[in-house]
Design a protein around this ligand. Sequence first.
Ligand code: G4P
Length: 529
Amino acid sequence: MSLLTEIDRRKTFGIISHPDAGKTTLTEKLLLFGGAIQEAGAVKSNKIKKGATSDFMEIERQRGISVATSVLAFEYQGIKINILDTPGHKDFAEDTFRTLTAVDSVIVVIDVAKGVEEQTEKLVEVCRMRNIPIIVFVNKLDREGKDAFDLLDEIEQKLHLRVTPLSFPIGMGYDFKGIYNIWEKNVNLFEGSKRQEIEDSIHIENLESEELDQLVGSDAADQLREELELVYEVYPNFDREAYLEGALQPVFFGSALNNFGVRELLDCFVEIAPKPRPKESSTRLVKPEEEDFSGFVFKIHANMDPKHRDRLAFVKIVSGTFERNTPYLHVRNQKKLKFSSPNAFFAEKKQIVDVSYPGDIVGLHDTGNFKIGDTLTEGEQMEFKGIPSFSPEHFKYINNADPMKSKQLEKGIDQLMDEGVAQLFRLELNGRKVIGTVGALQFEVIQYRLEHEYGAKCSYEQLNVHKACWVDPEDANSEEFKEFKRVKSKFLAKDKQGQLVYLADSAFTLQMTQQKYPSVKLHFVSEFD
Ligand code: G4P
């Protein structure tokens, strides 16, 4: 098949949600439709169990699962679908943000009873900033929840989206009778007794037909007719271009657990979701159909076996064809690298692959060459943009607790930072090392992994920092910047790239500093123009 045909038949997306909304269950049902798995329960949840947040083994268990579920690929109606896994736990939100740089669209899962939750708001905001096309799936309709119109309002207001329902529920909870498919203009009725199996539902093409009254009762049928009238009146018509630009978000309703409304979602998804999209690099916009291969690392996963230190770097292919045993340029290191056993992912298995195409993810065995954000090309000097680090919010000094193992500690910290577990800052004043993380759990992860994978011991010391911001002076020679550096010298540090960072000790000082030194811009993400 030609490169163009391969690009046209690929869709790479992520499912995002607040924990417990049903992401794992929906993923599993999508894989069942694709025939990639045969039974429910095959996809393991990657979430950290409630109440186990400080249990190292639980973190390790989660890490083990997340190798297996990093990329779940399957075929449906001739389309190759790659689902990229995103951790739900808020302490790992940065992983999710990075994965979102590798998806071409997302499905957001919302619990009908809980509505829009905190984690959903944050993740959708990142998608909106990048104009990623979004489809919303309202889940758990088999339970009592919010009224559909109220929920649509809430989604619009809290997530700042412009929605249009493409399916609509008939009843809810105990009275949940089925789904009207606005996209295909037919009705699927719910047979609660045959839960959790994939089967054909009852189709009614015409909404006005008597059959609908007979099947759901006249009251429910009339209510549905009225509600749909309102839907057509209030919400804009679906417009694919607007969806692709991130300006309109279709909404589906259903129950992932009962596999209801999922086929409607999937059938529409394969029709409307974008194929691999062009990506901006440091020099130009790179299009998938270009012949030369290019790609970037968005995730690094350390081997679970401490005896084998190698890691798996996940590369999203942006353009051209990736081939096994072909030398590619690692742009940051200016080194040519060849990969003899690149992995491709199918459902929950991985296998060695000879050729991969834009939209695909390849897993490359790495002995320490890669860090997150690295670009591979056929020789072109360009780097993909858009994998920033976010301002960490938890900070601790990190000390060596075993002087005999200082080399191991250095190496361990270095590699864990490359993996994106946390960020390392070095204070300008005295060179002390500070670890900054987005979540509190990471400190335990680092300590545990340093000991088990590198044989090094660390201890932490409290540090009172509210937020780290990247410093960007309008004029590096200005008196204002010099004064800023003098007055704030105790609070300045360098990140791993050597960028200057200001560690503000409170929200108040941060605000005062911004007011006092207006020409010194403070950024909350590490990448800025
Ligand atoms: P997550 O990955 O988003 O965190 O959610 P997950 O799929 O693990 O689902 C969270 C819980 O919600 C699970 O129950 C799951 O069975 C349930 N669930 C998912 N979809 C539906 C649905 O459509 N209707 C109903 N009623 N429940 C649903 P659990 O008891 O936490 O876990 P489990 O022991 O059943 O796996």
